[in-house]
Design a binder for this molecule. Structure first.
Ligand SMILES: *[C@@H]1O[C@H](CO)[C@@H](O)[C@H](O)[C@H]1NC(C)=O
Ligand SMILES: *[C@@H]1O[C@H](CO)[C@@H](O)[C@H](O)[C@H]1NC(C)=O
Length: 327
């Protein structure tokens, strides 16, 4: 069943399509695509991220070869010194690159970049690096092109580490304020991963996939959303948020299992969040106002235009599984 479904959902032409090819053929195209590990379009062979070394502040770009990050140049460039990631490139043609986050309303200082060599892993048979956030670290793009604003629909996913999280605010990836200040309910819409119980929560003890929709991480429409079960024991997690014009959905599961993705919630937003007032910046590793007390790991993620179908969610998750995280 699963194999037949995947074959019929993927476009025939490109040899190994990426998640953004799947979203494009489904009519909900990526408007931003960021990855430390691999190309997210079959036809992408450009830069993935930029590292800067502490010894002389020189920079080096890590590119894609055969679809995966080619990190030999990074290892040579950073030998004997420390490198931080200063930019994660947008693989779409929209230039929505993530740079180290500047001053924000909550943090009152600029964010540090992650240590580029802190977290090594295997993906698809190649050694690559993930972005390992240890607190006080974050990225953002305040001036974007094509990202949802107001009440426009969008879909986001990220692949994150299942066992590296905390309850601090906020390990997020997605849509946020354009000036790093808190503009109140509905002014952001990002994926959250962790076990914060400060606003809303799912069943059990977490960690959960929630949506940061500003002044609140929400596991559903209620303070305690029983359908949103914790995802425990997975080394790699697919986390998705779909923001509709009248409601939202949360999905998540083990990123190495084809039967892993579960719908955790789909329905109305909590009271006073409709209509949304999205501003269209993109954040990573921090809250919309640059709250920077969370830890977490980022491997890849995208933001699309439009509300993806259930079939598209499944095809994207299957594509992530096929990429071979941990193998
Ligand atoms: C790459 O593929 C995407 C969709 O799969 C398409 O929209 C885009 O135009 C392609 N880019 C190039 C440079 O061919
Ligand atoms: C690299 O960073 C570590 C931890 O901050 C520090 O102890 C070490 O001295 C640094 N090494 C170099 C060569 O800068």
């Amino acid at each position: 069943m699963m194999a037949a479904f995947i074959l019929s959902a993927l476009p025939a032409a490109p040899p190994s399509p990426g998640p953004c090819d799947i979203y494009a053929s489904a009519g909900t195209p990526c408007v931003a695509a960021h990855s430390m590990t691999r190309s997210l379009f079959a036809n992408y062979s450009g830069p993935l991220y930029l590292v800067q070394r502490s010894s002389d502040l020189a920079s080096d770009v890590v590119v894609v070869k055969e679809g995966l990050a080619a990190v030999a140049s990074q290892d040579a460039f950073c030998a004997g010194t420390n490198c931080t990631v200063t930019r994660i490139f947008d693989q779409t043609e929209r230039g929505n690159h993530l740079n180290r986050a500047p001053w924000g309303g909550a943090s009152k200082h600029s964010e540090r970049g992650v240590n580029a060599a802190r977290h090594k892993l295997s993906v698809g048979g190649r050694t690559v690096y993930g972005a390992y956030f240890e607190g006080g670290m974050g990225y953002r793009c305040d001036s974007t092109w094509g990202v949802a604003t107001g009440n426009e629909p969008e879909t986001m996913y990220m692949v994150t580490a299942g066992r590296h999280y905390n309850g601090g605010c906020c390990f997020d990836y997605g849509n946020a304020e354009i000036d790093a200040l808190d503009h109140g309910k509905g002014t952001m819409e990002a994926i959250y991963w962790g076990d914060s119980k400060g606003w809303s929560r799912g069943a059990g003890d977490g960690p959960w996939v929630m949506a940061d929709i500003e002044n609140g991480l929400w596991a559903g429409k209620d303070k305690v959303e029983a359908s949103n079960t914790p995802i425990t024991g997975a080394e790699f997690v697919t986390a998705m948020v779909k923001g509709g014009s009248n409601g939202f959905a949360l999905l998540g599961g083990d990123a190495t299992r084809s039967d892993g993705l579960k719908k955790l919630y789909e329905g109305p937003r909590p009271p006073k969040y409709q209509p949304m007032k999205k501003q269209g910046a993109i954040i990573l590793g921090i809250g919309g106002d640059s709250s920077d007390w969370a830890v977490g790991t980022f491997y890849e993620g995208v933001v699309t235009a439009g509300y993806a179908s259930d079939a598209t969610d499944k095809a994207v998750h299957a594509n992530i599984v096929a990429a071979g995280y941990g193998r």
